[in-house]
Design a protein around this ligand. Structure first.
Ligand SMILES: [Zn+2]
Length: 177
């Protein structure tokens, strides 16, 4: 009898671990989709516009900019079409020099907008995982380990309410509910 009970408990535990694993996989999927979509729709469009505007201000054609920056015209075309997601340091510096701006100005368009937005689904999924006791969670913005905890609070009627909390060990990302 005790043996059977023990087996059942073990079985439930392994089921639970599988369940947590699936939740984490789902979260990672959401994070990837989040990054891909937002990069494409917001961030890269903005980078494209920034480069295009600067180029027009300087009076360059796409080819002219490529020559001035000593990079391939394909790169200029892809950046302006919103296809090139992140620039290499060399390309960024070359573009900045030709466009008479700081490399950091360009970099801001590459990265900050893409990582500034974490979708509500990801936040919700993270909250569930914290409540379920999943450990080793990673920040959806930068990938650094998340510090997580569950705050126990009581409402006016003395009901215990669990609030999942998290903050990133590296960047300003946090969940406070
Ligand atoms: Zn972070």
């Amino acid at each position: 009898m005790t043996n059977l009970l023990f087996h059942n408990v073990e079985f439930c535990k392994s089921l639970y671990i599988v369940y947590l694993g699936l939740q984490i996989l789902m979260l990672q999927f959401l994070i990837i989709m989040n990054k891909a979509n937002l990069c494409y729709y917001i961030c890269m469009k903005t980078l494209a516009r920034f480069i295009q505007t600067k180029r027009n201000e300087m009076g360059y054609t796409q080819k002219g900019l490529a020559i001035a920056a000593n990079i391939s015209v394909d790169i200029v075309e892809e950046v302006e079409a919103g296809k090139e997601l992140f620039l290499s340091v060399t390309v960024r510096q070359a573009l900045a020099k030709a466009l008479k701006c700081e490399p950091d100005e360009i970099k801001a368009f590459e990265k900050d907008i893409a990582s500034a937005i974490v979708s509500p689904e990801i936040i919700e999924s993270l909250k569930q995982l914290i409540l379920n006791g999943a450990g080793g969670l990673k920040c959806p913005k930068c990938g650094a380990p998340l510090d997580t905890r569950i705050a126990r609070m009581y409402d006016l009627e003395d009901n215990l309410i669990l609030h999942p909390k998290a903050h990133c060990t590296k960047c300003p990302f946090q969940i406070h509910s």
